[in-house]
Design a protein around this ligand. Structure first.
Ligand SMILES: O=C(O)CCC(=O)C(=O)O
Ligand SMILES: [Fe+2]
Length: 300
């Protein structure tokens, strides 16, 4: 369970990345120091920033520019890639179409899920997806060690060919013009993420993401240049038998500026019961069923 944290830790993961594919990575003191910080952050907040992540600044800037340009397009253009049953629930959703706990969210988005057909998202999105999936895999190697497992706990049979979700989100600033419910300023209602690990790439200069601590206070997660926000999802809570919790968070853009965000969540195809001495706290969940259930019940 999360604690009464008042800020979100920043972890320099470069020592972990440097040794990530070394068979003796566990023995490296730099890796060990990162693993300890990951463990503490996952236990106390379920959220942390990573710096030293190795994804070039130029790529980060490019995806943000492309996202801003897309959201600036007229609705008739954006709706050409509308999300529908026929598109496998991939594609564009207008402001207010995404619902969390019965309330329309003040964001528009493009949802991309793992797809067999390579190349369908365009070159830049594929490049981004590859870079963020690779980074997630490396962070998960550190988290696997933090849980006392082997580094490849979340690879191979469990999540080797991981399902991933990429959401490109746009949050209008206040006043919320052209939205379905102008009285609502919640960009994304309080929820936990369904997967293993989410990487959040927020626009600079706008503080909108908020994370709830044990007392119910909302702690801001402002954008910090050169970092990603990482948060753990429901699958990791089950994997860790509750040692790590998926923390509630929400987005409130009370600035006047339009905010974008690229989320990439890496998910296992099927969850396994964690081998711990403690009694099993959660029922076995199949990831795909969990995802569909959360989406269909609007994250209640
Ligand atoms: O926009 C953000 O900062 C986070 C969005 C979010 O929580 C999500 O898409 O799951
Ligand atoms: Fe989220």
């Amino acid at each position: 369970m999360a604690t009464d944290f008042t800020s979100i830790p920043i972890i320099d993961i470069s020592p972990l990345l440097a040794k990530c594919d070394d068979p003796k990575m566990e023995e490296d003191p730099g890796v060990y120091a990162v693993v300890r910080q990951l463990d503490q952050a996952c236990r106390e907040a379920g959220f942390f920033y990573v710096k030293g992540h190795g994804i070039p600044d130029s790529l980060i800037r490019e995806v943000k520019n492309v996202a801003h340009k897309f959201f600036e397009l007229p609705y008739e253009e954006k709706v050409k890639i509308k999300m529908s049953a026929a598109s496998g629930f991939r594609g564009y959703q207008r402001i207010g179409e995404n619902i969390t706990k019965g309330i329309p969210d003040m964001h528009e988005a493009i949802d991309c899920y793992k797809e067999v057909k390579e190349g369908m998202y365009g070159e830049l999105a594929n490049q981004w997806k590859d870079a963020t999936n690779d980074l997630s895999r490396k962070i998960l190697r550190g988290i696997a060690l933090a849980l006392g497992g082997s580094p490849d706990e979340f690879e191979g049979e469990r999540a080797g060919d991981a399902f991933w979700v990429m959401r490109i989100l746009g949050y209008p600033g206040v006043p919320t013009a052209n939205c379905l419910d102008p009285g609502n300023d919640i960009g994304c209602g309080a929820h936990t993420d369904y997967g293993l690990l989410t990487l959040v790439n927020q626009d600079e200069g706008i503080t909108a993401l908020q994370v709830r601590n044990l007392s119910g206070e909302w702690i801001s997660a402002p954008p910090i240049p050169g970092t990603f926000v990482c948060n753990i999802g429901d699958m990791l809570k089950i994997y860790s038998n509750g040692l790590y919790d998926s923390t509630l968070h929400r987005v409130v853009n009370s600035s006047a500026r339009y905010r974008t965000n690229f989320d990439t969540a890496v998910e296992p195809l099927e969850i396994c019961k964690q081998k711990t001495d403690a009694a099993k706290k959660f029922e076995r969940a199949v990831y795909g069923e969990h995802l569909v259930h959360k989406v269909l019940t609007n994250f209640v």
